[in-house]
Design a protein around this ligand. Structure first.
Ligand code: SF4
Ligand code: SF4
Length: 346
């Protein structure tokens, strides 16, 4: 299998096919570049690239990537949260996590929901060499707060406890990297993974919420969370299908033989590409979301069109009343009538 679309550092991988910025002209994400303390990311003709020589596998960028295009050979944040014990969890880079920045707000929320007590050790982040300009600590705190706020908004009275973990970090790295290098000498497991269109961190949070869905007190949530997005489509939609074509997660999809557009909020990553590509500006972000629909991946119809055949070009179009003529032919006729009018006035 060709790995040309993947850039590999020592123990780090950048999957360019999953990178929003690289795959979609309309996206300007640069989260990884902004947070990397080593300047390992750069633009090459507006595409995101990794300089493997500058990457130190520090893992600071892992959690901020909305599509999980960045991964480590020796640590999987989704797997880690999935395995947390119910009673007590300690998230610390001095224990068994490379850096708390491997987690996104969805991981923090899932960790809170899964366990009775979660301690986070950010006691030494301020002095950490990775925390240049204070950016890394600020970003970790922002993601922790977002995860916590989300859980509390659902009605669960849970919060992180900030607590220092006492241990020798060198022991951790000795075990961790030793194991990773051994693993690398065997089969390259990452090359066997199929691209996953919905980031696994979203699936993890939804899976964690399913068993407690009945206990959720507020099911209508504001879409202020980075992982929640609700869309609507108004009547100016001409059913061109651009939003469906460009949506990277298939959150938008056609139904009823192409006459309707459906939306599954649980798959939406809020990238905004659909809004950027919609010429009539018909698709919009909504302020609230039904969290039960989100958790259980329930789709909903955003618009249904009455399709007719244009009497000028014989192609199907979204009919909104009046003459049986599509928008393109209507514009063409109007343009030519203007030209004839100008010519007759000369
Ligand atoms: S954070 Fe992820 S999606 Fe954004 S530019 Fe970096 S690799 Fe691409
Ligand atoms: S529906 Fe729009 S915002 Fe959501 S993932 Fe698809 S393109 Fe991005």
């Amino acid at each position: 299998m060709s790995l040309e679309y993947r850039q590999k550092g020592d123990l780090f991988e950048f999957d360019m096919l999953k990178c929003l910025r690289n795959a979609y002209f309309h996206n300007d994400c640069k989260e990884c570049l902004d947070i990397c303390p080593h300047g390992a990311f750069y633009f090459d003709r507006n595409k995101m690239r990794l300089n493997p020589n500058k990457c130190t596998n520090c893992s600071v960028c892992i959690g901020v990537c909305p599509t999980e295009a960045l991964s480590l050979d020796f640590f999987d944040a989704n797997d880690y949260v999935e395995r947390l014990s119910k009673e007590d969890a300690m998230l610390s880079c001095k224990k068994d996590i490379p850096c708390l920045s491997v987690f996104d707000s969805a991981h923090f929320a899932a960790a809170l929901l899964k366990t009775d007590r979660v301690s986070c050790d950010i006691s030494h982040c301020q002095e950490c060499e990775l925390n240049r300009d204070g950016k890394v600590l600020e970003s970790i705190k922002k993601r922790m707060e977002e995860g916590e706020r989300f859980v509390r908004e659902l009605g669960f009275e849970k919060s992180f406890e900030e607590r220092a973990y006492k241990s020798d970090r060198r022991d951790f790295f000795k075990t961790l990297f030793g194991g990773a290098k051994e693993a690398l000498s065997g089969e390259d497991k990452t090359s066997l993974q199929k691209p996953n269109k919905v980031p696994p961190k979203l699936s993890l949070l939804k899976q964690t919420l399913k068993p407690v869905a009945k206990e959720i007190k507020n099911t209508l949530l504001p879409t202020i969370y980075s992982f929640l997005s609700q869309k609507s489509i108004n009547d100016s939609c001409d059913n061109c299908g651009e939003c469906i074509q460009f949506c990277p997660t298939e959150a938008l999809f056609g139904a009823k033989e192409g006459t309707a557009i459906w939306f599954m909020a649980g798959k939406c990553i809020g990238c905004g590409i659909c809004i950027d590509v919609c010429k009539p500006e018909a698709i919009k972000n909504e302020d609230y979301i039904d969290i039960v629909k989100w958790i259980f991946d329930r789709g909903e119809e955003l618009i249904e069109h009455t399709m007719e055949i244009c009497t000028e070009c014989n192609t199907p179009f979204s009919y909104k009343g009046g003459e049986l003529i599509c928008q393109r032919c209507r514009e063409f006729v109007e343009e030519f009538s203007d030209i004839f009018k100008l010519a007759s006035e000369e």
